[in-house]
Design a protein. Sequence first.
Length: 318
Amino acid sequence: MTNPQPEHFVFLLVHDFTHLAFSCAIEPLRIANLISGKQLYDWSFMSANGETATASNEVVTQVHRGYSELNRGEKLFILSGIRVKENTTPELLSVIRRERAKGRLAGALCSAAYCLAKAGILDGRRAAIHWDYHDSFMEEFPEVSLVRNVFVADGKYITASGGTATADLMIHLIEKTHGPDLAVEVADMMLYNSVREPTAEQKLSLQSRHGIRNEHLSNAIRMMTENVEHPIPPSEIADEIGISTRQLERLFGRHMNCSPKKYYVDMRLQKARNLLLQTEKPVTEIAFLCGFASPAHFARVYRNQFGVTPVNQRGKIG
């Protein structure tokens, strides 16, 4: 009996791709081959110039091909990193649409869900992207059902949020095709003893980050997170979760070392900073989206927080 053909993944490396996600994509496949003693997986790389691709850490990787059409049976993953908006070129979008039409598009890793969304492929679908891009992504692509999961692999196109979430995804794919025993052995070989399910959230929970298990505080922060554009007064938050305003103040002082008002403002300013750096939205619009009634007040508070005005922020970080 002949062995089945290995599964071949083609990784399209977008300029400034994340090297951590790249390594986490390749190594589980290599280890699966090593442990099984079989060539279960093959892989190759492509880039715009067909010769090299440069990661955001300036590591240069040799690639096997340019934007030529994939071969039958190959599956394409797009892998990007920082400055994904600037690096999503018309040529890249053409490749994505071409391979989708051929049925060879597998999905996107790290920030590359942006590339698929820009190509119109994720409309009406669930998708995952690195948490740092959530605010700008939701503003630009409201028709995509963005989730905070580490990866989404239950639809037509796979999306993973990057970093070690890419390893979670690959181990998941290994298990799906070759069974849980091999997947566990791969994880063990990687000393990766906390493989996450797709539904795991990208960021540590409040409990994990701060050791906080107070339900009232968790509910208050959840309400703030869900109401950034139209902030709720602390007194209403306290009333909604069933405690007094003074109790709410004490909870934030004890566990977060600040007042509820300060925590809420910091959260809104961080969203504003993400939108300034990742979108072209006018400063006035960003101010309103982040719950500031006056652009002048927004500019003043922003400068106090980050040491630069919102207008100058875009020029400070490219």
